[in-house]
Design a protein around this ligand. Structure first.
Ligand SMILES: C[C@H](O)[C@H](O)[C@@H](O)[C@@H](O)C(=O)O
Ligand SMILES: [Mg+2]
Length: 408
């Protein structure tokens, strides 16, 4: 049966890629999709433990080794009826090149509903240089998110309704930042702190991060969740000792102790760590195969970033992997792009809000200033109603210093 004329969907006529910030920009500290690109004296760049911490010169600041080198990628797609959709991620100029000179051929000319076909063609056509992760998958994710935004705007529906609708009326959030005590006052259910020391600091490093945990536990009382985020900085032995030292302070979970492909390290830590403490990771894993391996290793909470794992299309597949094993999927903080997905997942009982205010003391939208209308949790909660706008419910702030470095 042919589609009713009113249901004849438009085709995609144009895809355009813009960048903001990153090493190619003249101005830094732009924030936006590359939310590590912040100004001076920001908690997110204050002596946080990383795999580079073994080098004294790179210990104080992640920007010193280039955490903000990529910058923000903005992908905009335009349909034959004039509707536009867009999304952002962390890929900057390299992402612009990939969109304009490679991925555009799979997008232009397709109907706005052919999202999964485009997704499969983007993944398979870049395999020879993506390695299944990193900036290429970030770029594919951004195109996928822009396509879902366009589809919602053409149908005048929020993305969460395209995905099958909400399974709950609200999303409850924990906050990531330097001040769990302030997050508690704002109504969040927990606070995740970055660790500041690692194996190069040996037991003294463990003592210092445990002192930070003990101080916070004293401030927030017994019930409020406290978590460590270790940003790939540890060894199995160090993580084991840290987890056991943290148990008396009721650490709820220990996050991303190792690089994404060290599956055996996760498997071993799961065996070594205190019973009842959760092991989580995933924000730097870029394929569903990678998430299956982490799930096999016993990761309790998979934490894909929807802008870095293949977009909404992949995030839904990752949620199913977790669900098949009774595991949770709690995406890495990615604002509206994960809110619309998680409110449709039965194995996502809470989500992450990443504090991008410099002292983690106020509710700044995560991707500020690049999204107009980006919602923040009120009292640690977001309602489905706050998401009830077409697409992802946000618009691009065209006052931002966006560049279009390549054109196909
Ligand atoms: C706070 C962490 O070091 C990262 O900056 C953060 O982006 C990520 O790991 C997270 O889980 O929010
Ligand atoms: Mg993390």
């Amino acid at each position: 049966m042919a589609l009713a004329p009113s249901l004849k969907l438009p085709t995609i006529t144009h895809i355009r890629a813009y960048s903001m910030g990153g090493a190619a920009a003249k101005v830094h500290g732009q924030g936006g999709g590359d939310y590590h690109d912040q100004g001076k004296d920001h908690w997110i760049d204050d002596h946080i433990a990383t795999p580079m911490s073994k080098y004294e010169e790179y210990k104080q600041s992640r920007q010193s080794f280039g955490i903000n080198v990529l910058g923000t990628l903005v992908v905009e797609v335009e349909a034959s009826d004039g509707t536009t959709g867009f999304a952002i991620s962390t890929a900057g100029n390299p992402g612009c090149f990939i969109v304009e000179h490679h991925l555009s051929r799979f997008v232009e000319g397709k109907r706005v509903d052919q999202i999964k076909l485009i997704h499969d063609q983007m993944l398979n056509s870049t395999l020879f240089y993506s390695g299944g992760g990193g900036v290429v998958i970030n770029t594919i994710s951004c195109v996928d998110l822009a396509l879902w935004d366009l589809y919602g705007k053409v149908l005048n529906l929020p993305v969460y309704k395209l995905l099958g609708g909400a399974v709950r009326d609200t999303i409850h959030f924990y906050a990531t930042g330097a001040r769990p005590d302030l997050a508690q006052k704002m109504g969040f259910i927990g606070g995740k702190m970055p660790t500041h020391w690692g194996p190069a600091d040996d037991d003294e490093g463990i003592e210092k991060d445990i002192a930070m945990l003990a101080d916070m536990r004293e401030k927030v009382g017994d019930k409020f969740w406290l978590m460590f985020d270790c940003w790939m900085s540890q060894t199995v032995n160090y993580a084991t000792k840290l987890a056991h030292a943290a148990a008396p302070y009721k650490l709820k979970w220990i996050e991303e102790c190792f690089p994404p492909n060290q599956i055996e390290s996760y498997r071993q830590l799961k065996k070594n760590m205190p019973a009842g403490m959760l092991m989580t990771t995933g924000e730097h894993t870029g394929t569903i195969e990678g998430f299956k391996e982490l799930s096999d290793a016993g990761v309790d909470i998979l934490q894909p970033d929807v802008g870095w794992c293949g977009g909404v299309t992949s995030l839904c597949e990752i949620a199913a992997i977790a669900k098949s094993r009774g595991q949770l999927v709690v995406p890495h903080g990615s604002s509206v792009y994960s809110h619309h997905a998680v409110i449709t997942f039965t194995n996502t009982p809470f989500s992450e809000f990443l504090m991008t205010s410099p002292h983690a003391d106020s509710l700044r939208p995560q991707f500020d200033p690049v999204l107009v209308g980006e919602p923040v949790p009120e009292g640690g909660i977001m309602t489905a109603e706050q998401l009830d706008k077409p697409g992802f419910g946000v618009e691009l702030n065209r006052d931002c210093p966006l560049e279009r470095p390549f054109q196909h």
